[in-house]
Design a protein around this ligand. Sequence first.
Ligand code: URA
Length: 222
Amino acid sequence: MSPRTTTAPEDQYTAAPFVPDGKGGGVTLPALREAAAACQGCPLHRNATQTVFGTGRATARVMLVGEQPGDQEDRQGKPFVGPAGRLLDRALEEAGLDPADAYVTNAVKHFKFTQSEPRKRRIHKAPTLREMTACAPWLAAELTVVEPELIVILGATAGKALLGSSFKVTEVRGTVLEREIHGRPERLVPTVHPSSVLRSDDRETAYQGLVGDLKVAARLLS
Ligand code: URA
């Protein structure tokens, strides 16, 4: 199947034709990143500045999965470099996980936003299930290359993208789940999205909750 433009109906959005064939091994993260830069698998590429692919080493033991890039990430081309990312780095270190040892990515690789007028602030808009499903082949490819020992799910969107639409972060946060994901047995620790900590009325309690969940992940890796 060759890459196509995004005139396809919504239920046919998919990144699959843009993902290099990994059968037989040999696909690398740089090759995936380069291919993802040209992805037009759903309409989100039209308004975003660029594809924001995952960062980190192929040998990372833990993969952190967020929702989608935000404004800063869209401009800089790297995941979690804005306020939520700074909070996440602090929480990882406090939990005993070295951010440099993690592969960090998002369920959706383009920034989705609304903007009332050009040059006005771009407001984050949650991706739809169709957009998440369209982008899933990239996450599957990242999992195939990195083969992490553990996946940390950051919030509801990442949880739905990996575990299905019935996922509820409040029900499973801080627990260890074992599931088959894209044909591979995986261990997953869900927690809240760092942005929800920034929005919380009681930021300190929310932050300590995030750190507590990340400590579960750290213990599994120790
Ligand atoms: N929120 C996310 O889910 N991912 C990012 O990369 C930044 C903010």
